[in-house]
Design a protein around this ligand. Structure first.
Ligand code: GLN
Length: 202
C-alpha cells in the first residue's frame, strides 16, 4: 500500500511517524511518501491531508497545480484521511469563510470554532468503534451540519468533530499528535479493502 501525505504545510511529519510505526509492526507492505508536486499523486492507495493552516494549504494546492488531480482522485474513491485544516479543505461549505477548497465532503464546517483564544485542549471520546480516544484540538473547526449519508464518528459537547463519508474520513482533531495509532490503523484497513476491491474488479 502506498500512502501519500500532503506535505506543503502543517503537521505532515507526525502523520508520517504514525504510518511508519504501524508499518514497522504490520504484515502488510506499507510505503509512505510526501506529496509536494503533481507526480507524487501517481499510484497512491490512500491520502492524508494534515492539520495546519487551511488558507495557506488551499493556496499552495492551487499554486503547485495539485488541486484538480487531488480533487479528482478523492471523487474517484481514493481513501482519504483529513485532520483539522485537512477537514476544512474537504468541506463542501465553510460557514465563516467565503472560499471553499476541494469541497468533496458534504459537511458545513466552521473554522476556529472554539475561538482563537482557546488554543488547544484534549478530551477523551469514542470515535466510531474506537473507545476512549484522546482528541487533541488545536484552533480547531467543528462541523455544523452533515449530509444525510455522512456517518458521524464522534461529537464533543453536541458538536460534530468526526465524520466518515464513503472514502473520506474528516476529523476536527489531531490523532497524529497522540501516541495512539488506532485511527490510522482504521484508515489503513479502509485502504486495504479499497486495494483488494480494485484487484477484484481488475
Ligand atoms: N485554524 C486552522 C485553519 O483554519 C486549522 C488548525 C489546525 O489544523 N490545527 O486552517
Amino acid at each position: 500500500m502506498k500512502i501519500g501525505i500532503l506535505a506543503v504545510q502543517g503537521a505532515f511529519i507526525e502523520h508520517e511517524a504514525q504510518i511508519t510505526s504501524i508499518a514497522a509492526r504490520s504484515v502488510d507492505q506499507i510505503e509512505c511518501i510526501q506529496i509536494r508536486q503533481r507526480k507524487d499523486l501517481e499510484d497512491l492507495d490512500g491520502i492524508i491531508l494534515p492539520g495546519g493552516e487551511s488558507t495557506v494549504q488551499g493556496k499552495l494546492l492551487r499554486d503547485l497545480d495539485l488541486f484538480d488531480d487531488l480533487q479528482k482522485l478523492i471523487l474517484q474513491g481514493l481513501p482519504t484521511l483529513a485532520t483539522c485544516a485537512g477537514l476544512i479543505l474537504l468541506a463542501r461549505t465553510l460557514e465563516n469563510d467565503p472560499v471553499k477548497h476541494l469541497a468533496t465532503l458534504p459537511v458545513t464546517v466552521q473554522r476556529n470554532a472554539y475561538g482563537r483564544q482557546l488554543g488547544s485542549f484534549t478530551v477523551s471520546s469514542d470515535v466510531g468503534d474506537i473507545n476512549d480516544f484522546p482528541l487533541v484540538f488545536i484552533r480547531a473547526p467543528y462541523i455544523t451540519s452533515a449530509g444525510p449519508e455522512t456517518k458521524i464518528l464522534t461529537t464533543v459537547d453536541h458538536h460534530i468533530v468526526g465524520v466518515e463519508y464513503k472514502n473520506q474520513i474528516g476529523l476536527a482533531f489531531h490523532p497524529e499528535m497522540t501516541r495512539d495509532t488506532r485511527i490510522h490503523e482504521y484508515f489503513l484497513r479502509k485502504v486495504k479493502s479499497w486495494c483488494s476491491c480494485l484487484q477484484c474488479t481488475g
